[in-house]
Structure formats: C-alpha cells, structure tokens
Design a protein around this ligand. Structure first.
Ligand code: FES
Ligand code: FE2
Length: 447
C-alpha cells in the first residue's frame, strides 16, 4: 500500500490543494490525486468543487435511479424526485409513457410541482399561471397577447426540459440527462442478476414500491451513506447493541463462520452475497427471520404455482439481494433505499419496502420488519446514520489525508461474476465503487 500524501499534481500544486478544489479556474483535475486503488482522499467527502464535479458527471450524465414503475402505474401519476441537483417530476402521460421532466417553469424558473406525488394531467406554475401538460408541452399562458404576434411559434419551444433518456429494468426506472452514452443495459451490467433475484420472490415477477418512503436526513456525504450499505466489516461494531439485545435469527456476522462473499460487480455495483451459505443450509426464509412456511401459506402456494416447487424452494432459500446499484440505488433485501445528495455533508436517504402484489399477509410482515430496522426508531438505520455523521465530523481533522480501503486487497479473486472476496469484511465493494468513481468523475476534463 502506498502512503505518500503529497504527490505533486499537475500545475505544480500539491495533491491536497488540488483535491480540495483549491485550484479552480479550468485547471486539469487529476483524479489520481484523490482516488487510488486502495485508498481515498478525505476531500472526496468534503470538497464543494468535487461535489460539483459529481453532480456534473455521475448525476449529470450517467444513469440514475429515479422511481419504480409501480409508483406511476396509472396515466397522470407523478412524483417529484431529484437527479443530482436537478429537481424532476417523474410522470406517466396519457400515452402511457413515463417521462422525467425538469421541475422548472420555462418562464422564470419557478419550481413547478411542489407536491411529493399525485395524479394530474397538467401542472400550473404558481407564479404567473403558465400550464404544462404532463408530457412537458406548454399548453396555456395567461394574458398571452402581451407576447405579441409571434407567441404561438415561441410557445412551441418553451416546453419543459426533460431527461432525454429514460429506461427501466424490472420496473426500476432510470434516467440520464445526457442525450448520448451507454445504454441502461450496459450501465447495469451484472447488476441485473440482483434485480432478477428480487423479482424471483414474486409470483407475478413484479414488485410494488408504493408503501411509502421513510426519509432520513443524513449529515453526511452521499457516498458515506451508500458505501456503508455494502460494508461487511461494521455490523458487529456499529450494530453491537442490536446483537446484544437480540440473537440474530439469520446467520453469523463473523466472516470466518459463514460462507458469504463480497463482490465488486463492475461499473460501481457491488454486493454482499449470502446465497452460498443459504444454499448450504438449504433452509427457506433464513433471510426472513426463519419464519416457517406454514405461516405464509398463500404466498408460498402462489410462488409454487407460478414457478414450480423446485424454483420456488430455491428462491425462498436464496432470498433477496443485498446489492448497491451505482450510483444511488440499494436493494436492501426486502427494503429499497435510494439517496439524493444535497450538499457535501448532506444527504437524504429514502427507504421503502418491497411489497409482493396480492400478498397482504407477507407485505404486512415486511412492513413491520422494515419499521423495526429502518423506521424512525429503527435499530439499524439509526446506528448507520450516526456513524455517517461521525465519519463526516472526523473528516474535519485534515490529518491523515487518506482513508484506507485496503482490507482484503491481497485476497480479491476475479471470476466470471466480478471481483469477489470470501472474507465478508474485505473492502472489495468500496474499492469497486471508487474505481468507477474515478473513471466517471475523471472523465470531465477529457470531454
Ligand atoms: Fe412560471 Fe412565471 S415563473 S409562470
Ligand atoms: Fe449498518
């Protein structure tokens, strides 16, 4: 592992100066001054300049998760979200198409839609009453004579901005604000297996994310929040109080006692995968508090009918994924989390549950479990939230400059699924995350 911390960056500045955004004005940004294979510079969490670069690159051009199709299932359904710093409205038009509209009136930039969600055919700006269809076109302008003869022609160019590319996989809707780039399929790569694994638990092959979202305002950089989701090292320490209070019904969190891998799937996607351990146990619902199948007869029956007994058994043994989909979506077993970066030290994490259509008994149970772990008084997210905040607080001390991500670097193995490590506590997922980060954020100056 390298330990130098003052490698000269281009332009004669030190790495620390350039990394912290102290050299601006169009100078080249050498991403290796802040991200290296086994360590990351503290400024990636604190520099406003680096945050701006992330908004312009990762969120400004790449594929970003915005919504689930079930949330906008009917024509007119809409919800408001963010893509990086851009407020957007995700809306299904009467033509059935889901669009991602920029939430900004084309007159004088008022935020057009201020509700979290609803159903509407049009949006009327609260400032001067301009009205836009949910396909983005400008349909009405009060007192239009004030614009003179040419107005009809001008109006045609004043529709709402929209994400030029919107696509979905397994009901998860992603958008890109760039007109060109890799396809969603290329972006997701091997991460589709995680979505497939989740959908295998549904008799209809679909899920429903309409149960509502818990929103946690983290006083931490967005990457602190997402990195933690695939950190297999922290559970015994950060969540010690949980393990003191309840004997986990699941499997051991001690890496040497369990057949689990961490996996860098490439493209910034990564996961903690218990499927080998679960298959070895060959026991259903280990991931769901070891509930006996007799307690969920409608669900098990429907799954067997849809898939056959063998595939249903396998799905119930293997359970859902624990997978981070770059950059902002986390499939958290029977929960889903997505994050919205607000500022260098401010992030909103939305957490909701995966409901299986038609399975009320299962869904009620899933909700209660999620409230216990992720709710306002939940035992897991409160711990993780506080750790993120303390991480951010610790970064105020500028020495040492680098955070260490070298755990398990010697034992990473490359196979057909990605880079895997059989030590669950290895920082393989974080190394994969920052490899992608460097590739994407470093792109800006090459464009
Ligand atoms: Fe929207 Fe004027 S800002 S109508
Ligand atoms: Fe945690």
């Amino acid at each position: 592992m390298t330990t130098a911390d003052t490698t000269p960056a281009r332009g004669g500045t030190t790495s620390a100066e350039s990394a912290r955004g102290e050299t601006t004005g169009g100078e080249t940004f050498d991403v290796s001054t802040v991200v290296q294979p086994d360590r990351v510079h503290g400024s990636v969490y604190t520099s406003p300049e680096i945050f701006r670069r992330e908004m312009d690159t990762i969120f400004g051009t790449g594929w970003v998760y915005v919504a689930h199709e079930s949330e906008v299932s009917e024509p007119g359904d809409y919800l408001t979200r963010r893509i990086g710093s851009n407020p957007v409205v995700v809306a299904r038009g009467k033509d059935g198409r889901v669009r991602v509209l920029l939430n900004r009136c084309t007159h004088r930039a008022n935020r057009l839609c201020n509700a979290e969600k609803g159903n509407a055919n049009s949006f009327r700006c609260p400032y001067h009453g301009w009205t836009f269809s949910n396909d983005g076109s400008l349909t009405a302008v009060p007192m239009r004579t004030g614009y003179g003869q040419d107005f009809t022609r001008v109006r045609a160019g004043l529709g709402l901005g929209q994400a030029p590319r919107v696509d979905s996989y397994g009901g998860f809707v992603f958008a890109s604000l760039a007109t060109e780039g890799i396809s969603l399929a290329e972006h997701l790569g091997g991460a589709t297996t995680a979505i497939d694994r989740l959908l295998a638990l549904s008799p209809s092959g679909t899920i429903d994310l309409r149960s509502g979202w818990m929103k946690h305002h983290h006083r931490a950089n967005w990457k602190m929040v997402v990195e933690n989701n695939v950190d297999g090292y922290h559970a015994l320490f950060t969540h010690a109080s949980v393990y003191d209070a309840v004997r986990p019904a699941k499997v051991s969190h001690v890496p040497s006692k369990v057949d689990v891998v961490v996996r860098d799937l490439g493209g910034g996607h990564s996961e903690i995968d218990y499927s080998a351990e679960y298959r070895k146990l060959d026991e259903e619902f280990v991931w769901y508090g070891r509930i006996p199948r007799a307690k969920l007869p409608e669900y098990v029956g429907a799954l067997e009918e849809a898939k056959g007994p063998d595939a249903a058994h396998d799905a119930l043994v293997v359970g859902p994924p624990h997978t981070l989909i770059w950059p902002n979506l986390f499939l958290a077993e029977m929960s889903v989390m997505f994050v919205e970066p607000i500022a260098t030290d401010e992030t909103i994490a939305h957490t909701g549950v995966v409901a299986v259509p038609g399975q009320d008994r299962l869904n009620q149970r899933t909700l209660r479990r999620a409230e216990g772990a992720m709710g306002p008084a939940g035992f897991l997210i409160a711990d993780d939230g506080e750790i993120g905040m303390r991480n951010q607080a610790g970064l105020a001390a500028r020495t040492p400059e680098w955070l260490v991500l070298s755990r398990g670097v010697e034992s990473d193995i490359e196979d057909e699924t990605g880079i895997v490590n059989t030590d669950k506590s290895a920082e393989t997922p974080q190394r994969g995350f920052y490899r992608q980060w460097a590739a994407v954020v470093g792109q800006e100056d090459q464009a």
